[in-house]
Design a protein around this ligand. Structure first.
Ligand SMILES: *Cc1c(COP(=O)(O)O)cnc(C)c1O
Length: 451
């Protein structure tokens, strides 16, 4: 009997064997020389994992190339119908190597705080390629945004709108702004108790106010309401709601709104494609939903999970197993201080070696911490996975950015570029992290005691 009550279906044995069809950077290839042929091992960008990972510490490994591929795939799908710009949601992933690769490929950035504004600038995003969102801002941050030509400022509420207007008057320049709205009634993706976004009638008022203000340049309507969205119809309803608001503002002002920002919220590319869906379906649905708009419109998308989730994996050994309720539980070295599960099945496990003689079983993959977290329930894995170790997939979104320094070491962290692994965080930096946070020096108490 399956234990999981939430999350996607488990990868089948066939899906794992043909993983490269879904994630082309992963494949199982026979190792050794032709006469010492070994069981196929997992390769990443054609490099056997055993060549660059010794298993001593778990490794979170990012693939800038895959993030760029996801970016291009999304852009091309929407560019068929729209003049579109893709702003990657920084809060999903702060890895400079990944962000720089995306920027180099033409992506723009979406930030939600002064910290992220700083990160975006420091990895080279120009202000004209940055959208700043937020419920309210600190005064210095608001002033910095209003003073910086090019940046697009998202506004979520009357009070923040007036504060931005006040800054604009002070500074003597008209900032580009957009109003955030929740165009859908409360439902699966949005609760009445959310602090985010204003309803359509409030949005109308804010739009009228902005259009009348001599200090503000209203350029767009913004919505971000979906999460893990794999539902094309829901996406279309959402786009239609935003489009209706933009159309109404155009009627009341000829130069009105030309830009529509549909936010983020798409499911990861890997998970979408597993379901047989493509972002081309979402692009076509947005096209239909916005077809009634008078005149051309520019589109912004702010994907996070879609770009980053399948652009990293974790390699981990299995520390031990336990048997409960007639099922094996594999306990990984990587822990939930890095990987925060959002359902009963968040990070699909695959074996590091495809032992042809091993039986396959249903098992659960969990961490060793005294917290109720589980990475994946009811996984299908060869029994040899307990000794060979695992790769956990889809680890690139909201993992490192939400990681915390508690309970156990963070893993080694790096990225792979041109087939080479560059580490940015290791055991030494882990010790420095603890030292700078707490002034604690753990070094004398680590590892094998010397006699
Ligand atoms: C978090 C966030 C995103 C990205 O969301 P995903 O679900 O990761 O695509 C985009 N826009 C805004 C305003 C956000 O807060």
């Amino acid at each position: 009997m399956e234990l999981a009550k939430s999350g996607p279906p488990s990868l089948s044995r066939l899906e794992i064997k043909t993983l490269h069809e879904a994630l082309p950077y992963l494949s199982y290839q026979p190792g050794g020389t032709p006469d010492t042929k070994k069981a196929p091992g997992l390769c990443i960008y054609e490099r056997p994992v055993t060549e660059f990972w010794n298993g001593e510490r778990p490794l979170l490994l990012y693939f800038p190339e895959r993030a760029v591929d996801n970016y291009r795939h999304l852009r091309d799908a929407f560019a068929r119908y729209f003049q579109v710009r893709i702003h990657c949601a920084l809060k999903c992933c702060y890895m400079p190597a990944v962000l720089r690769a995306l920027r180099g490929a033409g992506a723009a950035a979406e930030v939600i705080s002064e910290l992220e504004w700083g990160i975006a600038r420091s990895v080279g995003f120009r202000p004209s390629h940055i959208v700043s969102n937020g419920v309210v801002r600190t005064s210095p941050y608001r002033m910095a945004l209003v003073s910086t030509p090019g940046v697009l400022i998202g506004v979520d509420g009357q009070e923040e709108l007036e504060k931005i207007e006040w800054c604009a008057r002070r500074v003597g320049r008209r900032p580009d702004i957009m109003i955030r709205v929740n165009p859908l009634p409360p439902g699966e993706y949005f609760s009445e108790r959310s602090k985010l976004g204003v309803d359509a009638s409030e949005a109308h008022r804010l739009i009228e106010y902005s259009l009348r203000s001599p200090h503000l340049e209203l350029v767009g309507v913004h919505g971000h309401q979906l999460v893990h969205c794999a539902d094309v119809d829901e996406f279309a309803r959402f786009a239609r709601g935003i489009g209706e608001l933009a159309a109404a503002s155009r009627r009341s002002n000829q130069t009105g709104i030309r830009l529509i920002d549909l936010g983020g919220g798409l499911e990861s590319r890997f998970m979408l494609e597993r379901e047989g869906k493509s972002v081309r379906d979402f692009a076509a649905a947005a096209h239909d939903a916005l077809a009634g708009l008078p005149g051309p419109c520019q589109l912004i998308l702010e994907p996070g999970r879609f770009l980053f989730a399948d652009a990293a994996v974790v390699l981990t050994k299995v520390l031990g197993t336990r048997r409960r309720a007639q099922v094996d539980w594999l306990v990984t070295d990587v822990a939930s201080n890095l990987l925060r599960p959002i359902s009963d099945r968040s990070f699909p496990p695959v074996p590091l070696r495809m032992d042809p003689h091993a039986d396959w079983q249903s098992c659960h993959v969990v961490d060793s911490l005294c917290s109720p977290t589980r990475f994946w329930l009811d996984a299908h894995l060869p029994t040899s996975a307990a000794t060979d170790g695992l790769a956990l997939l889809n680890c690139g979104a909201y993992t490192l950015a939400h990681a915390s320094a508690w309970a156990t070491d963070l893993p080694d962290i790096g990225y792979m570029e041109n087939g080479r692994v560059q580490l940015v965080f290791n055991q030494h930096q882990q010790a420095e992290l603890l030292h700078s946070l707490y002034g604690i020096n753990l070094l004398p108490y680590r590892g094998t005691p010397t006699v």
